[in-house]
Design a protein around this ligand. Structure first.
Ligand code: F6P
Length: 539
């Protein structure tokens, strides 16, 4: 009988943290904490590559962090981190490695080349790194050819989940760096309105379709791809590779499933590996729309920023390891403070799609209830991630953050340099972010019940110099490793997503029953809804 590792809540540090919360933190008042400890800001903030983090307005102390580090040690977080860096099959339910960090590692190992784990790599890892660069060079060469092709005016990326959210957030965020002189469209929903909206605005001869799907089986993407191909042929395109306006010239597949792409009729495929998780894949061929948008040099800057954060995560000591500190903070808030959600408030129009990206990254990675070994987890894991850019959120849900009965940690993300709009707009934007963090902590008292804000509401403040490729790469890598850290403490596999299979399976069954009319054994509600959908009068 295999000895299973202890569940996180059976570790001595877990009990110590429960006692610490009861004795020290339940009554912690941030305003008093700052007054009592002149070193609080210094101790609870740090500079990491491209990202400054002020964590001092969180409901914790240096002692909290010390106990959380004990929990990390007892949970074997560093050993799990090093196993990922060694290329072990940390995605144990799919028997795969998780090596998204390899996609941004320089040929010579970069800042990690002297790391002991890398020094002891098996030959297969060096081979994998070499293959990464062959594929990267090919992708960037293709991107440069597309950028130089004035006949192509529109790029349509068809993909969903990690094959959509990553490229979308980066192309949007790097708007000031996009110089391709082309229009970028992201189609993900199977709702035909999305694809139709785009097809009404493009022409076959001037459009490049990127069919982005790691599996090349996802129903939504395959239906959108078939419809796009049908439109392309109906509008004058040709299946003949010799034709000027052919499928071959105007479709590229981005996938690990090269055979399926060929069977679909696409001749040009950029591949990647099964050890790249979908929600971690923007650094791979899935990032082609990004490379077309910003060019090879800036795509390499995006990779270098992420690599700098990788080196920080894999090598920095626990006390000054920002991804690790944030991952431990997530466990602290979820399991000891009992906060069930986290609000992401990027004070940047460019980061308007970041929350959607982080929802998949955090909730698909850690929204689980069993450990890697199949043990039921008696603790809470991923929080609900939600939010909208500031200052918009101040006119939507900040009322609840200030006066609601639930304490919801807020994560502010802001930029020192607003780029083109540095002036009054940017000053107003960042001052608002800082004021909101201050208001959440200070509260408002003595001006009548209706104006009362309890205050003592926690927030983290992440500050980037500017929204450039390297800073964005570092920020995204920071979140990837933060999610990994929390999952490692909980003992879950942050790299699979079995929970999404059931819905897909039932949808296929309902389609089949639609055709057969056999509703035997289907619950009354589902049957009635399907009949309402199918009946002419909808009754
Ligand atoms: O949501 C399930 C999922 O498998 C995600 O993990 C993935 O990013 C998405 O669907 C799309 O998968 P694919 O890239 O294989 O089409």
């Amino acid at each position: 009988m295999k000895t299973l590792p202890p569940l996180c809540n059976s570790l001595p540090a877990w009990r110590a943290l429960q006692d610490h919360y009861r004795d020290q933190i339940q009554t912690l008042d941030l305003r008093q904490a700052f007054a009592a400890d002149g070193d609080r800001l210094q101790a609870l903030s740090q500079q990491a590559p491209h990202v400054f983090a002020d964590l001092s307005k969180n409901l914790w102390t240096g002692q909290t962090e010390a106990l959380l580090r004990d929990l990390a040690v007892q949970s074997g977080v560093q050993a799990q981190r090093d196993a990922m860096l060694a290329g072990d099959s940390v995605n144990c339910t799919e028997q795969r490695a998780a090596m998204h960090w390899l996609l941004r590692m320089p040929r010579d190992g970069g800042q990690l080349r002297h790391c002991a784990t890398v020094q002891q790599w098996q030959p297969a890892m060096h081979q994998a790194l070499a293959e990464v660069h062959v594929t990267l060079d090919a992708m960037l060469a293709l991107a440069e050819r597309v950028r130089a092709d004035d006949a192509i005016t529109d790029i349509v990326n068809i993909g969903i989940g990690g094959s959509h959210l990553g490229p979308e957030v980066v192309v949007n965020a790097l708007e000031d760096w996009v110089d391709a002189g082309k229009n970028f469209h992201f189609v993900s929903n199977v709702d035909g309105h999305e694809l139709g909206h785009v097809l009404r605005r493009v022409r076959p001869a001037s459009t490049l379709f990127l069919i982005a799907s790691k599996s090349f089986t996802t129903a939504e993407t395959m239906l959108n791809a078939r419809s796009a191909r049908q439109w392309f042929l109906e509008e004058g395109g040709s299946e003949d590779a010799r034709a000027a306006c052919s499928i071959d010239r105007h479709f590229v597949a981005l996938t690990t499933n090269v055979q399926a792409a060929a069977e679909f009729g696409i001749g040009r495929t950029l591949g990647f590996w099964d050890w790249v998780g979908g929600r971690f894949s923007l650094w791979s061929a899935i990032g082609l729309p990004v490379a077309i948008a910003i060019g090879q040099a800036r795509f390499r800057e995006l990779l270098s920023g992420a690599h700098a954060m990788d080196a920080h995560f894999f090598m920095a000591g626990m006390q000054a390891n920002l991804p690790l500190r944030l991952g431990l903070l997530d466990v602290w808030y979820r399991d000891f403070c009992g906060f069930s959600s986290r609000c992401i408030a990027p004070y940047s129009h460019g980061l308007r799609r970041l929350t959607a990206y982080l929802q998949q990254l955090e909730m698909e990675s850690n929204g689980k209830g069993v450990t890697r070994d199949g043990q039921s987890l008696p603790v809470r894991t991923a929080p609900v991630i939600w939010g909208e850019p500031g200052t918009n959120g101040q006119h939507a849900f900040f009322q609840m953050l200030h006066q609601g009965q639930d304490v919801i940690p807020v994560e502010f993300i802001a930029l020192r340099d607003g780029g083109k709009y540095l002036g009054a707009h940017h000053q107003s934007l960042v001052v608002n972010a800082i004021a909101q963090a201050q208001a959440l902590m200070e509260g408002r008292h003595g001006e009548g019940a209706e104006r009362h804000c309890a205050g003592n509401r926690p927030s983290s403040f992440l500050l980037l110099q500017q929204l450039d490729p390297a800073s964005l790469g570092a920020l995204i890598a920071l979140y990837e490793h933060r999610v990994f850290t929390a999952g490692a403490v909980w003992g879950i596999n942050s790299f699979d997503q079995w929970g999404v299979e059931l819905g897909k399976h039932l949808a296929r069954q309902l389609h089949a029953r639609q055709d057969s009319g056999d509703w035997q054994g289907v619950d009354a509600s589902t049957t009635a809804l399907m009949r309402r959908l199918m009946d002419a009068d909808g009754g």
